[in-house]
Design a protein around this ligand. Structure first.
Ligand code: MG
Length: 267
């Protein structure tokens, strides 16, 4: 026993400096490199050298009384306190929301592929019918409209109802809340890509979640959204702003944030 104790004492005395704080830490063996490659990548299955995903602190969910907190890596476009990130200063800013007035609203910044979170509420009391009831819209890249409309007990042409890809695809379901209640869109947007001859080499795709319910699932867009005309692509730049439509109805918006989307293994 004495020998063991003496050995431990020696180890502590001699071994400890090797692990002092400023010494390089031994690299952890996190995985394997004697395994096959993951098809389509340069990484081995369970490759411990593969880049670690960036750490993001999640936000919180919104309630009717309180907008949720965005995730830590989000670009906050509107937190209810100012219109600094927006072009149209005529929209009414009050009580943590902005309200449609005097022309469309457009972000100052432009984006490519994004995750977009945006909340809106229809006017109370609900007035008008069909397309005339709480009409607005979220325009991705300022071009492609996801319809905002009060379709709670209000019918219109299906490809123009709430959450429709306007003029192309109705939502999979009608997930409307009552006018005056806050509603949420979580949108995953993949831009279209054009080649040097301005031909479409990759169409746009969109996923839309309305109030937590999937209403479009990586749907391919056939072009710009149009009123009474078929969707068709016209070439445009690789990035574009986010716009909200002023259709003459005082629709309110709050809690708007985006996360530019990156591919796998990118910091
Ligand atoms: Mg609209």
């Amino acid at each position: 026993m004495k020998y063991v104790v003496a050995s431990l004492a020696l180890f502590v005395a001699v071994g400890a400096p090797a692990f002092a704080e400023d010494a390089p830490k031994p690299k952890k063996n996190l995985g394997y490199q004697d395994t096959p490659l993951v098809p389509g990548t340069t990484w081995h299955v369970h490759d411990g050298e593969r880049p670690q995903p960036t750490v993001v602190t999640p936000g919180t969910f919104s309630t009717q009384d309180q907008p949720g907190k965005p995730p830590s890596d989000a670009i906050v476009l509107f937190d209810g306190t100012n219109l600094d990130k927006w072009q149209n200063q005529n929209w009414k800013l009050e009580n943590g929301y902005m309200e449609a007035a005097k022309g469309q609203q457009t972000s100052k910044d432009s984006f490519g592929d994004i995750q977009l979170h945006i909340e809106w509420t229809s006017p109370v009391p609900g007035k008008g019918e069909g397309q005339g009831r709480g009409n607005s819209g979220v325009f991705l890249m300022g071009i492609y409209e996801i319809q905002v409309l009060d379709c709670f007990e209000n019918q219109t042409y299906p490809d123009g109802q709430t959450a429709a890809i306007y003029g192309s695809f109705p939502p999979l379901v009608n997930a409307n809340r009552k006018p005056g209640e806050w509603q949420m869109y979580d949108i995953i947007w993949e831009c279209p890509k054009f080649d040097g001859d301005k031909k479409v080499v990759k169409p746009a795709f969109v996923t839309v979640i309305h109030n937590g319910i999937v209403v479009h699932h990586r749907t391919e867009l056939k072009g710009r959204t149009n009123h009474k005309a078929a969707a068709a692509y016209t070439p445009h730049s690789a990035t574009g702003p986010i716009s909200m439509q002023d259709h003459g109805n005082p629709v309110k918006y709050r809690n708007i944030w985006v996360r530019p989307l990156k591919g796998y293994d990118q910091p």
